[in-house]
Structure formats: structure tokens, C-alpha cells
Write a new protein. Structure first.
Lengths: 240, 624
């Protein structure tokens, strides 16, 4: 087989595998739970990166597999391969393609980042205080609870602080992960889109009790949130 | 025998005297700290410092410099004896200045550490095999932190310290490193800190992971302090060794070996040494400040007294991201050195590969904050760091261009080292692709601090460094030991390790996306079945490594004798006997080209079986 035939055969295999796998992953939801605008943006980023990864992965895999199958030297072979030290066009093409790919991914990532953290405005603010190994949430009217309750469809501003070591509030369904750092105030934003009760946990190793430092977040419409706040005011069920 | 002439052999420089020296030093340091009414941490600190000095004095690390410093003539015979005698096994346990002895010392130490740290990983997988707790969480955290700290050391020293020390002087055609005594010193600085990390559970263990973020690491046990002190010592050794490599490479190359004729492995180590030299001092400073916070009451990173916990993370990652390349680039270099030999083709795009290594080195200093996307650092900083982090995949990707370009249309011989090359390329492309998910802020917010990160860095560090280390160890084993390894056992090791490795870490990507945090001893029950599978696969990694150890030990003792050039390769190291003689070369060779002239028509056809002596090889001509 001529070098050209080898190249064409491998390229055809690469094209087919890439196209099929890209089509398959393009329609998949990757994150297990999506209950906020931010989590939607993050899931879309996952899907895009996975789609773009497919041709890259197959390029290497097809290159290796094809070579292992077709360029294996017979036993006892003492000959050398062709003395090719490089190929200017191929090298330049490789650099240009990888560079453009990277710039494209960067622009897409920057747009997503601005969508998640860019608009520094919100219409509901909750203060989050972390300590070993508990979370405390304080609402605009001064009420404090151990579970997080957030209104559906409004942009929420989370203001995080820590009393002792670094913790990290991770609310997977809401697309939020933000460290709470002693001596600093950190921020996160989320816009809940789906009512329900979701899990949350501390993501930054914070000592002995880190494994058990979990929390729950309930997303409900404004009316039931107000009702809950009033009820808590009357007879606190939890929190400190 | 210098030792026999003395009245008290125990007082001759060597391991027994080093142990006594360490004990006396520890006693003096501890007594001093107690005398000053020190706390436990200060007693440990001073005791360790003095023990280290006592150990190095005992092993004889400073004897020539001290003799010179007090104005006496250095005993030439003793200096010569310190270089070691061929075939004498005792030189491996002494302060020996021969770079080949030091290389073997590093390599064997690294593999021993690899086994110890791997054992810690097995304990982790026992705990994680099922939801619920077998031990308590502190024990788990100590195993996890110790596994991390030790494996980082393995990845940092195995290739550069082991294969690098052994091979670089031979590959550039010189007789030893530029500073043989400093070279031996940088090795002998390691045993004590390594031991200190190994015994940290006796000091209460440490639960902060290898990253040691304050304030958690400020309130942790004495084991934490042991780790910090050990890390600073290893860092000092690393800086010393890096300076030595750079001077050797830039000043001691054989005639004709221009920079652009250097083997790619030497280039990789040159970039690595530059990174180590520049970056290590930053983390050493950060860890020293942290030690001061713990021991002397300063508040660099203590928020309750105005310190800044995020500052530590910046300093830590300013070293520790370049450190990822200090670990990976030597592996990439070893892989690219091996590919042409078993593909029987010149290294594809050699100049571009060199340029890429340099670019990786430069860019690696500008990407550190991608470890901190959810840390609460300055908001604007996300954008430039995301850009530089994604840009570094361009030079890193050139490794694939070079490897695939060399393999394509080659005549491939699937000896064990070549299998590891293929395994490396698979693992490293997975590591590279998943790295993009962590560089992209929207996906990183989800993945930060999850098992996805654990899977990713095992694919890059095991895939990059350990696959490169195994490839290199098999490839250069005949050169180093003078014997062939067992090819069948080598292949069993490769397939078993590679399948088990992928079965262990591929599911972890899924676990991370589904929400399993890293550094936890327990997890929700729904992750149980996958974790059980992962633990089973992880035990298989350990078993496959047992095959490797058996193969190495047995082949070293009674493997088939190796020829000078069993692979028919062109590098200078293959033109000397196996193992090379003391001081490597009778006459220093003259180099005429890169060692990648496979298939060139003007060269004699390669021979199989026992090779022709030096003059037949390409790229090399004995000095007239």
C-alpha cells in the first residue's frame, strides 16, 4: 500500500468514528441534576467539550491502532523505516488547528463564565456561614436556618464566610461551588429553575468531619418560601 | 579498604555513622528545644534539623569540603575511593560520587517509595470499597495524605533523579555530572525526610492532603509539621540537583554535541531542571512561612490575625503547577527517546518537540491559578488563567504529533518499552482531554474537588510519569544492569497494569460528574457498586507491580547477559559497554548528528544480535 492509501484509509476510519460519536454525545445530558440556569450553562459546556473531544480522541486512537495493525515489523526484521524527519505542512497544519481549537474553546468558556458569574446583580440575598462542620444560612429578614431555602426563578446572591478553615459550598443541582474562606467574603450566584429538594455538601477538605458536612437546599415558589420564613420566625425548627 | 585501616570502623563515613550522627543530632536539637521551654512542634523541628545535619555529617557528605575549608589537602585516594569501584555493591549504600551509582540509588529509592505509597492507596481502596466506615476518618485522611505526599516525591525524583542521573552524562558524552559531590549530597538529603513522612502516623498523622492548605494545616497534628519539614528538605535537594543538571548540560557536552543534537530526553530534563530551579524556592518559602505560623507565632496565613489563606494557595500552586510538568516532561522525554528506536524511524519534528518543551516550561508558570477557580480569588483573574491553561495544550499536543509522526509508516517492534509507549499515548490523551474540562471555568465549577480531578491527575501523572518511568526502566535496564529483563514477564506486567489502571480510573470520571467528592472516607450508597469495582481493579494494579518487581530483581541477578546495544539504537549510551565502565568513556567521542538517523541511506544497515562496536553507529565517530 502506498503512503497515500494508508493515510486515506485511516482518515476515513477517523471521520466515521468521530462523526458517529459526536452525534451520539451531542444529545446527552451529562450532569445528573439540573435545577438552575447556571447548571444549564455548565451542562451545555460539558456537552460541547465532549463533542469537540471526540475527533481529538479518535485521532490518537485511530493513529495508534492503525499503526499497530499495519506497520508491525515482521519477526526478525532488521530494516529501518523511511528516513522522514518531519513534514512542514503537516506540522504547521497541526499547530494552526490546535491553536484555533483552543482559542475557540476559550471564547466559549469565557462567555459561559460571564453568564454564570458576570452579572453582579440579584434580587434575593442569603448569607452563608460555614464552620467545622456545619452550614448556617441567614435570610434578608435576619432569620437563620440550617437548611437552605431559595425562591424559584429569581437570581440569588450567596455571600459566603467561614469561621475557622476553608470550606466549599457545593450545590450540584444549582451549579454552585464556591469556597468559604476565613477572613474573606466570597460570592456565588444562582437562578433556580426547578422546584424540589436537592443535596449539597462541603467540597473542600476541612478536617475530621468533612465527609459528613452535608446540607439540603429546597427550591420553592416565592409564596411558599414566604410562608416558610414566617413559620420559622414563629417557631424555629433548626439552626442557630 | 579505607575502613579497615582505621581503629574504629564505625567512625568511618557510612550508613552506621550516619545513623549515629542522626541520633546524636536529634538528641542535641530536642534537648536544646526542651531547654528553651519549647512546645512539641519546636522540639520536633529542632530535633529534625540537627538530625539531618548529623546524618549528612555521618554519611560523609561534607568531609571533602570541610577538609578544604580548614585549609588541609584533600586526600586524593579517599576522593577517588568515594567515586566507587565497579562491581562493589557497598558503594550503593555510601556517599558515592559516581553519577551511575547515584542514578541507581534514586531509581531504587523511588521504586521502594512507589511500593510504600501504593500500599497506602490499597488501604484507601479497602476503605472506599463499600459505603460506610471501616476505620475512622482521621486514619483515612492520613493514608490519603501520605499516599499523595509520597507519590508526588516518586514522580518528582524517579525519572530525573534516577534515569536522569544515570543517563544524562553518558548521553551528552561526558564522564560525570558537573558537581559529583553535590550530586551525592542531593541524594543523601532524601532518606531522612522520606522516613519522616513514612512515620507521620506515629506523630498523629496529617489530614490536609499534600496541598496542606491553611488554616486547616495550622491546626493539624505534628504529622502535618513532619510533612512540611520533609517537603522543604526534598525541595532543597531538588534545587541542588537542578543546578547540577543545568551546569552539566550547558558546560560538559562532548565535541560536536550542539544543543540541537542533544537527545530529546536530555532536552526534557533541561527544561525540567530549569522549572525546578526557579519554582521550588517559592513553595519552600510558602511551607517555611507556614512552619513559622505553626512554630513561631507568625500570622502569614492566619486569617484570625490578619493573615491571608488565599495567598498560600497562590504561592503553593505557583510551584505546584510547574511541578506537574517537572513530573510529566521527563516522562514525555523518555517516551520520545524510545519511539524512534522501536519504530526504526527518525524522531518526527525534533526541533518542534524541543521548542514545545521550552514553551511548556514557560507557560507552566502562568497557569497556576486554574487550581483556584472556586477559591474566591480575584474575579477578573479567571479569564487570563483560563486562556493560558488552554494554550498550554498546544505545545503539550506536539508530543502526540511527534510520537504519531514517528510511528506512522515505521517498522514497529513491540518490545515491552514500546508497549508502554502506546499505553502512555492512550493514557496521556485521556489526561489531556479531561484537563480541558478542568481548564474551562463553567465545567470546572462542577468538577473541582471531585473524583473527576483524581481521575484526571492520575491519567496525567501515572500516564505521563509512571508509564514513561516503566518504559524507560525496561528500555535502559540492559544498559544499567548489564542483563536483559524477561520479555514475557514485561508484557504480562504491561497488559495487567494497563487494563487494571484504566479499570480503576476511568470509572472515577463518572463518579466525579455524578457528585462524588475527593478526599472523603465515605460516600452515598448509590456509588457503592462502582467503588467496589474500582477497588477490585486497584488491587490488580498492585498485583501487576509485583510481577514487575519480581522481573527486575530476578533479571538483575541472573538475567541473560545484555550486549552493549541490544536495541540497535543510536544514542551515545548504547555505544559503551553494558553496564558502562567507570567514567563512561575511554576517549570522549565526537558527535556528528542527532541520535535519530534511522533509515538514512549513507549509513550502514543496522545489525541484529550482538552489535558492532562504536564506529558502526550513526551520529558518532570516535575521536581521532
Amino acid at each position: 500500500m502506498t503512503p497515500r492509501r494508508h493515510l486515506l484509509t485511516a482518515a476515513a476510519a477517523w471521520l466515521v468514528l468521530s462523526a458517529v460519536s459526536m452525534a451520539v454525545v451531542a444529545g446527552v445530558q451529562i450532569l445528573p441534576e439540573i435545577a438552575s440556569r447556571e447548571a444549564e450553562v455548565e451542562d451545555a459546556a460539558f456537552v460541547l467539550l465532549t463533542v469537540v473531544s471526540m475527533p481529538v480522541l479518535w485521532f490518537v486512537v485511530v493513529g495508534l491502532a492503525y499503526s499497530a495493525l499495519r506497520f508491525r515489523a515482521p519477526a526478525g526484521d532488521v530494516e529501518d523505516g523511511p528516513p522522514v524527519h518531519g513534514h512542514r505542512g503537516f506540522q504547521a497544519g497541526w499547530l494552526v488547528v490546535t491553536f484555533l481549537l483552543v482559542i475557540g474553546l476559550f471564547v466559549y468558556g469565557a462567555v459561559g463564565l460571564l453568564e454564570i458569574r458576570g452579572a453582579q446583580s440579584a434580587d434575593f440575598e442569603v448569607h452563608v456561614r460555614a464552620e467545622q462542620w456545619k452550614w448556617h444560612y441567614t435570610y434578608p429578614d435576619g432569620l437563620t436556618s440550617a437548611d437552605l431555602h431559595l425562591p424559584l426563578g429569581r437570581r440569588v446572591h450567596l455571600v459566603l464566610e467561614s469561621d475557622d478553615v476553608i470550606h466549599s459550598l457545593w450545590l450540584p443541582a444549582l451549579g454552585v461551588k464556591q469556597d468559604a474562606v476565613p477572613g474573606r467574603v466570597t460570592q456565588a450566584y444562582t437562578t433556580p429553575t426547578l422546584a424540589g429538594i436537592y443535596g449539597g455538601r462541603c467540597a473542600e477538605l476541612c478536617g475530621f468531619g468533612h465527609t459528613g458536612m452535608t446540607t439540603t437546599v429546597e427550591i420553592e415558589d416565592q409564596a411558599s418560601l414566604d410562608a416558610w420564613l414566617q413559620q420559622e420566625e414563629a417557631e424555629p425548627s433548626s439552626g442557630s | 579498604m579505607a575502613a579497615e585501616r582505621r581503629t574504629f570502623p564505625i567512625l568511618a563515613p557510612g550508613l552506621p555513622r550516619a545513623v549515629i550522627g542522626a541520633a546524636i543530632g536529634a538528641a542535641i536539637g530536642a534537648a536544646g528545644a526542651i531547654g528553651l521551654n519549647g512546645e512539641a512542634g519546636q522540639i520536633l523541628g529542632l530535633g529534625y534539623l540537627f538530625a539531618l545535619v548529623g546524618f549528612l555529617l555521618g554519611i560523609g557528605a561534607f568531609r571533602f569540603w570541610l577538609t578544604w575549608a580548614i585549609g588541609r589537602e584533600v586526600d586524593v585516594h579517599e576522593e577517588h575511593a568515594a567515586h566507587g569501584t565497579a562491581g562493589d555493591w557497598r558503594r550503593y549504600f555510601r556517599f558515592t560520587t559516581d553519577h551511575k551509582v547515584i542514578g541507581v540509588q534514586y531509581l531504587v529509592t523511588a521504586f521502594v517509595l512507589f511500593l510504600v505509597a501504593g500500599t497506602a492507596a490499597m488501604f484507601m481502596r479497602v476503605e472506599l470499597a463499600q459505603p460506610g466506615l471501616l476505620t475512622d476518618k482521621d486514619t483515612y485522611n492520613t493514608f490519603m495524605s501520605t499516599h499523595g505526599a509520597m507519590m508526588i516525591t516518586v514522580a518528582l525524583v524517579s525519572i530525573i533523579g534516577g534515569l536522569g542521573n544515570y543517563l544524562v552524562p553518558i548521553m551528552i558524552g561526558t564522564r560525570d555530572m558537573a558537581f559529583p559531590k553535590a550530586n551525592a549530597l542531593s541524594y543523601w538529603m532524601l532518606p531522612l525526610p522520606v522516613l519522616l513522612v513514612a512515620i507521620n502516623p506515629l506523630l498523629g498523622g496529617f489530614d490536609s492532603g499534600w496541598t496542606a492548605y491553611p488554616p486547616l494545616s495550622q491546626q493539624a497534628n505534628l504529622g502535618q509539621q513532619a510533612y512540611l519539614m520533609a517537603f522543604v528538605t526534598v525541595g532543597a535537594s531538588s534545587i541542588l540537583s537542578a543546578a547540577n543538571f543545568l551546569v552539566t548540560v550547558f558546560r560538559m557536552r562532548a565535541p560536536g554535541m550542539s544543543l540541537m543534537r542533544m537527545p530529546i530526553f536530555v532536552w526534557a530534563l533541561t527544561v525540567t531542571a530549569t522549572l525546578a530551579l526557579v519554582a521550588t524556592s517559592v513553595v519552600a518559602a510558602a511551607f517555611t512561612m507556614l512552619l513559622f505560623d505553626r512554630l513561631l507565632g507568625t500570622s502569614f496565613f492566619r486569617p484570625s490575625r490578619g493573615g491571608d489563606a488565599i495567598l498560600f494557595q497562590h504561592l503553593f500552586w505557583f510551584y505546584s503547577h510547574p511541578a506537574v510538568y517537572i513530573m510529566a516532561v521527563p516522562g514525555l522525554g523518555a517516551i520520545l527517546e524510545i519511539v524512534p528506536v522501536f519504530a526504526r524511524k527518525p524522531l518526527f519534528a525534533y526541533p518542534l518537540a524541543v521548542l514545545s518543551f521550552i514553551m511548556i516550561g514557560v507557560l507552566s508558570f502562568m497557569v497556576w491559578a486554574h487550581h483556584m477557580f472556586v477559591s474566591g480569588m480575584a474575579e477578573f483573574f479567571h479569564i487570563p488563567i483560563m486562556l493560558t491553561t488552554e494554550l498550554i495544550s498546544v505545545p503539550t499536543g506536539v508530543v502526540f504529533l511527534t510520537a504519531l509522526g514517528t510511528i506512522w509508516m515505521g517498522r514497529l517492534h513491540f518490545k515491552t518499552p514500546m508497549l508502554w509507549v502506546f499505553g502512555f499515548l492512550w493514557a496521556f490523551v485521556i489526561g489531556g482531554i479531561t484537563g480541558v474540562y478542568l481548564a474551562d471555568v463553567p465545567t470546572d465549577i462542577v468538577l473541582s474537588d471531585t473524583f473527576f480531578v483524581v481521575a484526571h491527575f492520575h491519567y496525567t501523572i501515572v500516564g505521563g510519569t509512571i508509564f514513561g518511568l516503566f518504559a524507560g526502566t525496561y528500555y535502559w535496564f540492559p544498559k544499567i544492569t548489564g542483563r536483559m529483563y524477561d520479555e514475557r514477564l514485561g508484557k504480562i506486567h504491561f497488559w495487567w497494569f494497563t487494563i487494571a489502571f484504566n479499570a480503576t480510573f476511568l470509572p472515577m470520571f463518572w463518579l466525579g460528574i455524578e457528585g462524588m467528592r475527593r478526599r472523603v472516607a465515605d460516600y452515598p450508597p448509590e456509588f457503592g457498586p462502582v467503588n467496589l469495582f474500582v477497588s477490585f481493579a486497584a488491587f490488580n494494579i498492585a498485583l501487576s507491580v509485583a510481577v514487575f518487581v519480581y522481573n527486575m530483581v530476578r533479571s538483575w541477578r541472573r538475567g541473560e547477559k545484555a550486549a552493549a546495544n541490544p536495541w540497535n539504537a543510536q544514542g551515545l549510551e548504547w555505544q559503551v559497554s553494558s553496564p558502562p565502565p567507570i567514567e563512561n568513556f575511554g576517549d570522549i567521542p565526537t558527535v556528528t548528528d542527532t541520535p535519530y538517523q534511522y533509515g538514512s541511506p549513507h549509513l550502514p544497515a543496522p545489525v541484529s544480535g550482538p552489535p558492532a562496536p562504536a564506529p558502526g553507529a550513526a551520529g558518532l565517530r570516535p575521536k581521532p
